[in-house]
Design a protein around this ligand. Sequence first.
Ligand SMILES: *Cc1c(COP(=O)(O)O)cnc(C)c1O
Length: 221
Amino acid sequence: MSIAENILKIKSELGDSAVLVAVSKTKPVEDLLEAYKIGQRLFGENKVQELVSKNEVLPDDILWHYIGHLQTNKVKYIAPFVSVIHAVDSLKLLRTINKEAKKNRRVIECFLQFHIAQEDTKFGLDMEEVEAIINNDAFKTFENVRITGVMGMATYTSDKEQVRDEFRRLKFIFDTIKSRHFFGHDSFKEISMGMSGDYKLAIEEGSTIVRVGSLIFGARQ
Ligand SMILES: *Cc1c(COP(=O)(O)O)cnc(C)c1O
């Protein structure tokens, strides 16, 4: 199937439950354009340099989602245009995003990344660390970042029940943070979970944003 057909199929499965971020890392701009032509506007990248290069040549109305681990010294390169940063995992990173967003007179949406997988190789916060960030006095002064949700990656396993449990945990974490800190804030509403292998499970467990790459563009080279 073509890139266009893959996107249309996934979108029809998502319905109104969740939006699709097409994860285009390592893919050539021609592939992104094929997706763009049938209306795809949300694209996910995980390398700063690659994202900057693609942004230079692709249409302005693309909404770029940065989904990788982000180093503070690289925030300045994407701050002028990035739409959402999915993997915020420290106060230091949040402070830098706020500073760079301010220079650009922008507000950048951020998701707090949680560690839900069993593997300890994956980045992410636990509940205690998130509380420490949100309750920090500095955090309250950040006017150029808006925390709009949470993000997580499940363990890479064929055990569906384990993956489901991990997604459930992220949903629970979202609900907890929402009630404690963002009650009545409509902007805190996103749960970024689900990839090519597990997005259907993620939808069942409350995902609002899925990040799908290989199922759209083919396996990684
Ligand atoms: C690569 C990547 C994806 C997409 O993975 P696929 O299995 O190719 O769909 C989603 N989220 C993150 C954080 C990624 O790095």
